[in-house]
Ligand binder design. Structure first.
Ligand code: HEM
Ligand code: HEM
Length: 184
């Protein structure tokens, strides 16, 4: 067991599992979200919307669990050589991502509630409505969900760009800290 908690070089395997499962789900949700809204009304659209909502709620549960887990297992400190502005940028980007990982599914859940269409998680677990049906509120929440999704796309692009910059140009091992086979 290398290092003191929070001081090791790489991320904890638990943090890696949360990160990569969430990243896969979110990249999928963003792509499917963009595609599904253009589908013609029909069974395919109905099914894809269902899966989008179910996986979106999985991300909500994973993120709440992840934040609790992260509080119990603080991530390793950033490499000492990193300039102050890069540290601040990394923290700001990561906390914006955490905020959006909560705000995206909650805005979707609120939107679904305002639409009054009901929701059974994976077809079985009844999900309570957060607000009563309200067409105006539904339209507002639909816009909120779309605008937040664009912000999420921008921050994820920035995040991936930053990782590539660190790995290719700076070679400071930032990617290896999070990659599955990287050191702990
Ligand atoms: C991390 C979680 C989520 C992400 C990244 C995400 C992403 C997206 C994106 C990119 C769109 C397309 C927006 C557009 O271009 O108009 C969308 C639409 C939609 N999302 Fe999500 N979503 C998430 C969670 C949820 C959840 C939990 C629900 C409901 C319980 C939901 C319900 C919807 C619905 C109903 C639409 C279609 C809105 C329309 O027809 O205009 N989403 N989502
Ligand atoms: C191919 C895509 C991605 C790559 C290569 C990647 C890579 C990384 C790396 C290397 C770190 C660790 C940085 C460090 O050690 O300080 C990290 C952290 C993080 N990533 Fe990603 N990431 C990707 C996609 C995503 C996505 C889609 C999300 C969520 C929307 C996300 C959210 C986060 C968060 C919140 C952290 C901070 C973790 C913490 O402090 O506990 N990442 N990512």
């Amino acid at each position: 067991m290398p290092g003191v908690e929070g001081r090791r070089e790489g991320h904890h395997p638990g943090a890696k599992a949360f990160h990569w499962i969430t990243a896969l789900a979110v990249l999928g949700l963003l792509g499917v979200g963009l595609w599904m809204t253009g589908l013609p009304l029909g069974l395919l659209k109905f099914k894809v919307y269902g899966w989008h909502k179910w996986i979106g709620l999985v991300v909500l549960v994973l993120t709440v669990a992840r934040l609790w887990w992260r509080w119990r297992h603080p991530p390793p400190a950033l490499p000492g050589a990193l300039p102050g502005w890069e540290r601040r940028a990394a923290h700001a980007a990561h906390w914006t991502l955490f905020f959006l990982l909560l705000a995206m599914p909650i805005s979707g859940w609120l939107m679904n509630s305002a639409a009054g269409v009901g929701l059974y998680w994976f077809g079985y677990v009844p999900i309570p409505d957060l607000v009563p049906p309200d067409p105006d509120l539904f339209e507002t929440l639909r816009t909120v969900h779309r605008v937040l999704s664009r912000l999420l796309m921008a921050v994820v692009a920035l995040h991936i760009g930053a990782v590539v910059y660190h790995d290719v140009l700076r070679r400071d091992g930032i990617f290896r800290r999070m990659w599955l086979s990287g050191e702990r």
